[in-house]
Write a protein that binds this ligand. Structure first.
Ligand code: PMP
Length: 399
């Protein structure tokens, strides 16, 4: 009998499963708002001009493809720190920040989780309710028990901030708290700067371990504005972890470009921590891939290309905002009575639309518009050609 005879079929990924269903749909007017990717107005994943130029420069340079160091490209890691903490951050000058290039934001979370499991074997991990669908599985896979802290409040389309704060205060010291630094996935609902101040205070008082996940820097209000939470934690003199990703901000999804950054108490401690991260990485995938990190470091390190990238990133951010405005207006135009203005306050690629699972089913079956069962839609998949059909569909299922 086969070694694998008893292996059960794993449930398929809910979001990728939806995309399979979408691909098999033969209706020509179909729209997929279930994705987690930015599409331009032509409905395509853009290849940024700054990226293209950096790639051409790389080909011109005809560099050999040796292994990178375990922690990745030194210049890349330094540029990541500046983007997150600010170019003038005293933490960088003091050598307290350490960074390892990672395989996307997911890779950063995984390396961070494995490191934390060795450091705090009995700790629990708290994630927001709801959170990115991979957070729970990833931390459970690293051996942690994962709990939820209250976050989204469906009644207000906002944050249950009192509930969140009370939960944070109730945890034992050294509980790892995963926080979406900006553009919360899946809800699009973020904390205000004032609320972040209160979270920092609660984390400090309770002795929690903050793990900031920032996968959409630049998609909310701007590169620096979106790093506000990261910088509040830095200013508070805390030790913490940050997972970051260029998948969205550079439109480099498949190149797997991210970073794990830790802020330690001093330079010497930071060297010891990095040595342990390198052990985790060495036994996982040895060292990161070259291409994406080289391209990002090239763009961020050259003033002209960097300016071009910032303009392109602003273009993506503005287009998403325009789509939010257009959707809300078109629903009003169609006589929808429910107030959708909350969509304008949400940040990043996603919106918890408030549609029920039944309405999402009808939207898909009757109007060929695909959304996640929770009502999550990807605003970045709306464009000038499909938005009328989407608004028609939503208006119809709300009648
Ligand atoms: N964290 C969050 C909150 C995300 O939404 C995502 C990706 N959608 C990631 C991490 C992982 O990013 P990457 O694709 O770079 O691994």
């Amino acid at each position: 009998t086969s070694l694998f005879a008893a292996v059960e079929l794993a449930p398929r990924d809910p979001i990728l499963g939806l995309t399979e269903q979408f691909n098999a749909d033969t209706r020509s007017n179909k729209v997929n708002l279930g994705v987690g990717v930015y599409y331009n107005d032509e409905g395509k994943i853009p290849l940024l001009g700054a990226v293209r130029k950096a790639e051409l420069a790389r080909i011109e340079a005809a560099a050999a493809r040796g292994y990178l160091p375990i922690e990745g490209i030194v210049a890349y890691n330094q540029l990541v720190q500046k983007l997150l903490l600010g170019a003038d951050s005293p933490l960088i000058a003091e050598g307290r920040a350490l960074t390892a290039q990672s395989l996307g934001g997911t890779g950063a979370l995984k390396v961070g989780a494995d490191f934390l499991k060795r450091l705090l074997p009995g700790a629990k991990v708290a994630i927001s309710n709801p959170s990115w669908e991979n957070h729970r599985a990833l931390f459970e896979g690293a051996g942690f028990e994962v709990v939820n802290y209250p976050y989204y409040d469906a009644a207000t389309h906002g944050v249950d901030f009192d509930g969140m704060l009370a939960a944070l205060r109730s945890y034992p010291a050294n509980t790892v708290v995963v926080l979406h630094a900006c553009c919360h996935n899946p809800t699009g609902v973020d904390l205000t700067v004032d609320q972040w101040h209160q979270v920092v205070a609660a984390v400090k008082e309770t002795g929690l371990v903050p793990f900031l996940d920032i996968a959409y820097q630049g998609f909310g209000d701007g590169i620096d504005a979106d790093a506000a939470a990261v910088r509040l934690f830095a200013d508070a003199n805390l030790t913490f972890l940050i997972s970051s990703s260029f998948s969205k901000s550079f439109s480099l999804y498949g190149e797997r470009v991210g970073a794990l950054t830790l802020v330690a108490a001093n330079r010497e401690e930071s060297a010891r921590v990095l040595s342990q991260l390198k052990r985790v990485i060495r036994t996982n995938y040895s060292n990161p891939p070259t291409h994406g990190g080289t391209v990002v470091a090239h763009v961020l390190g050259q003033p002209e290309l960097r300016a071009e990238w910032e303009t392109e990133l602003a273009g993506m951010r503005d287009r998403i905002r325009d789509m939010r405005k257009a959707l809300v207006q078109k629903l009003k135009d169609r006589g929808v009575e429910r107030n959708f203005d909350f969509v304008l306050k949400q940040r990043g690629m996603f919106s918890y639309s408030g549609l029920t699972a039944d309405q999402v089913d009808r939207l898909r079956e009757e109007h060929a518009v695909y959304a996640i069962g929770t009502g999550r839609i990807c605003v970045a998949a709306l464009n000038s050609r499909n938005i009328d059909a989407v608004a028609d569909g939503i208006a119809a299922v709300l009648k």
